[in-house]
Design a protein around this ligand. Structure first.
Ligand SMILES: CC(C)(COP(=O)(O)OP(=O)(O)OC[C@H]1O[C@@H](n2cnc3c(N)ncnc32)[C@H](O)[C@@H]1OP(=O)(O)O)[C@@H](O)C(=O)NCCC(=O)NCCS
Length: 210
């Protein structure tokens, strides 16, 4: 299995990708934003998509979308062909697109909305946290993408505050801060430990003096 950053030479897979997304949505019975082959081709051409190929056969796909003037990016359109499911391929694709997102947009928060347990699990393992929609981009173009989902009426009724999808967010800045605090706490603990040890040893030495 080859996981590659897609380019124009992969346009021939656009139709396959669209059909697999549409078919899977039908089977699941849940809502999904519809994509046209032209839309997928745009994603394939701008260096923001990961394609999984088994030789020449399409196996999986996911792409990056940029929102709110690069403050946010979303990893969207994850699809694994039914022939390749249950083997950890979605996990590998998501890890690769996550890595690409962080390399290309280091200051952006990475988010996604999903009804799928598999995606929630994968995102959680990557460090995403579940959040309310208020934490996600307010870029109207992103939310326009939900118009073709069969649950769009729910989103409209709640004034975009909630829907059947769960919002998940990876905030690199918060994560970095948490890691620094952890490191600081570690340093403080080591120092406290050494102070206690020296006090304890001194007392022990004093006691053992004749
Ligand atoms: C969802 C999908 C991408 C998963 O692909 P996959 O390659 O089979 O997933 P993986 O093998 O990498 O599994 C990743 C994790 O999700 C779990 N998982 C996979 N499919 C699942 C399902 N249908 N329901 C619940 N959990 C599932 C796996 O057990 C694994 O969890 P683990 O790490 O605890 O073992 C694939 O089924 C698909 O393309 N479905 C249709 C499109 C879709 O739903 N896309 C998401 C839209 S938001």
């Amino acid at each position: 299995m080859n996981l590659i950053v897609a380019n124009e030479s992969h346009f021939k897979y656009a139709e396959d990708i669209c059909d697999t997304i549409a078919e899977s949505a039908k089977v699941r019975g849940t809502g999904i934003a519809k994509r046209t082959p032209e839309y997928i081709q745009r994603k394939l051409s701008n260096g923001n998509a990961i394609l999984a190929l088994d030789g020449d056969k399409f196996a999986g796909f996911c792409y990056i979308e940029v929102w709110g003037h690069e403050k946010f990016v979303a990893n969207s359109g994850l699809i694994v062909h039914p022939d390749y499911r249950g083997q950890g391929l979605a996990k590998s694709i998501k890890a690769k697109i996550f890595e690409l997102s962080r390399a290309k947009f280091p200051d952006a928060k990475i988010f996604g909305i999903t009804t799928g347990l598999a995606v929630m699990k994968i995102n959680y393992e990557l460090g995403y946290k579940p959040v309310t929609f208020s934490e996600l981009t307010d870029d109207p173009e992103f939310w326009k993408g939900c118009q073709t989902c069969k649950n769009f009426d729910v989103l409209t009724r709640t004034e975009q505050k909630m829907c059947l999808c769960t919002g998940m967010l990876y905030d690199g800045a918060t994560k970095k801060k948490a890691e620094e605090t952890k490191k600081m706490n570690g340093k403080a603990f080591t120092r406290l430990k050494s102070i206690k040890e020296s006090l304890f040893l001194r007392r022990k030495e004093e006691k053992s003096k004749p």
